[in-house]
Ligand binder design. Sequence first.
Ligand code: GLN
Ligand code: ZN
Length: 739
Amino acid sequence: MAIIVGFPRIGAQRELKRALESYWGGKSSAQDLQAVAKELRATHWNHQKNLEYVCVNDFSFYDNMLDMSVALGAIPKRFRALELSGLELYFAMARGAKGVAAQEMTKWFNTNYHYVVPELELGVVYQINADRIKEQYNEAKQLGYKPKISLVGIFTYLALSKFVDSSSFEEHYHAIKKAYIALLKDIATLEPNAKDIVIQCDEPIFVRGHDSRFYHLIEPFYNELKALGFTLFISSYFEECSEALAILAKTNIDGVIVDLVYGSTKGLEHFKGSKKKIYAGLVDGRNIWVTPLAKRLEVAKQLQALLPSEQISMSSSCSLLHVPYTKANENKLPAKLHAHIAFAIEKIDEILLLESAFKGAPSNASAWAENERISAERSSAAQGFSLPNVASKRSKPYTERIAIQHKLLNLPPLPTTTIGSFPQNPDLRNLRRDFKKGVISEQAYNDGIKDYIRECVKLQEDVGLDVLVHGEPERNDMVEYFGEQMEGFAFSQNAWVQSYGSRCVKPPIIYANVNRAKPMTVEWITFAQSLTTKPMKGMLTGPVTILNWSFVRDDIPRKLVCMQIAHEIAKEIDDLQNAGVKIIQVDEAAFKEGYPLRREKVADYEQWASEAFRIATAVAKPETQIHTHMCYSDFNDIMDSIQSLDADVISIECARSGNELLKAFQKVGYKHEVGPGVYDIHSPQIPTTDNIKRQIQAFLEVLPKEQLWINPDCGLKTRKDAEVRPSLKNMVDAVQALR
Ligand code: GLN
Ligand code: ZN
């Protein structure tokens, strides 16, 4: 029978978000929060009632990795010292409390979901706690469901952890393993016969391929776990995991759940003739399109060469956490698009339909026929499309361009600038919202935005910055703003997916050919430029970032969509330069997160992603200075791509890592200009002139002054006015002292 790997927990109307924020704000009690959660789980299980099992412990108040840390008792010392327990301790670890910093958060593989990074230290006694898991298991059983317990697998857990001390992976493995086994022994008490307890260990780390730290441990560990008596499945997703499958086939586990959408059947040949089960993840858990069921059925049928069909069942490719809840609440999308999408609830129906077709005949013939019609419609829409032939290279090499730009711009040494956005307060957000709703006139809206730009320019002139920005007041979000102005994008009303904790994002949907109807930013940038004699930096979002932060049509290759966007951004750059804008920044905040998880796919991504950036920017005349911005903390493995972007200036996040990060640029002999962030914009603290001076001096040890720009880490959107002015003033003062 069919299964899913996990279900979204935020609720159809983001009920969990509201309940959490109300609890955090002191407006409701822990009991209230628990009640909402219990109700949500019951609703979610009801949607899963026709599957083989309902998912238990996929629900979380914040994050499953954090849940695992708490269940294992991996609680860092600084939180133990707070002497909190239950939800208070849990949220302290997630969000910080009483002056104690929260645990770090980072992206879950190449998704936009963030997990709380476990901090492991040796020598602590791990006190396991299975209460939450057991409670939910019993809850599901009481409602008459057959539960399947999701757990983060031990290797994924460890590989994504931060080790506080310098002990080895192996040492931490032994410590965590003890806790893990103890936890499962406790879980085993749920039933008189542990075989009746179904466990799914998620090991997405396996898609990264062989890892000498733990590959030799996979077989003994899972055999030991299986020896506790459970019905035990291992799931892995987002890519193929053939290396691990070869090992898992030799263990005593009961089966595997594999991603056959982003992965392949590679490695499953090891299961030939085995007694294990294969759950074929054939319905995309990461994207929103209707599944081409007949095509996926073909893939499922290939597996019959390995195992009897009773041992094969259908699944989602990964947890449905990464797709929105249901399309039933969308009534503003174009009708054809609405017919072409499937969110979590609709995907469960697809999985069931596929399962029935695989086992004999589709349970619902008309639904199957409709699916075939839609699949055909989707694949024909993709035909007959070709990209215009445009340059993907600037007309002059960097050394010539930069000389022309220096002459034209005539900036002082160590030029100062910002990354783009300035603080956004509720008044500004209301202005945008009222305009969207039609409550205020276009005139009133434009006046409001222009007032903001005036103030923003004045502030920058007051503090003495060299290259100014307009402040991005017209933008709610750096991708949405551009998506809304291009054909081919659609915006849902309710298609929220969890990003972290209670935070959700509503990614734009790219469903058709992308086309910019008219200039998108020229009016605001030229207005801003008219207010000052200093150069005004135009501000665009790059094609790769727009792609990576959207739900992307899958009827044509992803890279083609990226190229389409690149062509439209190129038009915008041309309009800006023709309007007299001399510096244009093309943000690629999500360039790195689009990197494939498997090594062998990296070169292809690097090739087309950097080509897309070059197509977007090649239109720039030699005298137009192209900046880009990337906010990450590790460049070492992507330096080749950075070089091949051929941007004149790149600003990067650096403030939290001294000058370490910058060394990556030095190491490869990077010659273009670089603006390493001199202070951390994620913190409300105002950096002192001295601090910034020291930071700049550290940068100067790595790169010559001719190559350096001075700027904050990232946009200032989330900061307060009162923080921004003194911070920028101190930054300018520090530079002046050094000049
Ligand atoms: N220009 C954008 C801003 O300043 C860049 C944001 C980002 O890189 N995340 O807000
Ligand atoms: Zn940034």
